[in-house]
Design a protein around this ligand. Sequence first.
Ligand code: SF4
Length: 114
Amino acid sequence: MKKIAVVGCGAYMDSGYGCPGEWRCLKAAAMGDGKIDEPSTVTAFVKCECPGRAVVPTIGMSMKMAEIKPDVIHLSSCMVGAKPGCPYASAEEMAQIIEEKTGIKVIMGTHDYH
Ligand code: SF4
């Protein structure tokens, strides 16, 4: 089964309502819905923390601790579609940095649920 890591916006997660990691990303992974193109195992769920500088090392640590390298990394839909957006980096910039540093393809978004 395809292995994916999900990166969510910690500032949004901490706001509670409709939090990433509550069920949407996980259901999309289980069902192969939205931007997750086939049923997939979530091998890491990484919480970005402002100002976002630790996200790459945290992804690296998650892979090291799990001893699993995901096939792709998804930025969560709430991170990609955030309004107002992240004040530190656009989702595109974040994706580019993660891709360059990890060598793993980054996909913009996870689910289409509301
Ligand atoms: S740096 Fe941006 S994406 Fe990361 S937690 Fe803060 S607001 Fe969210």
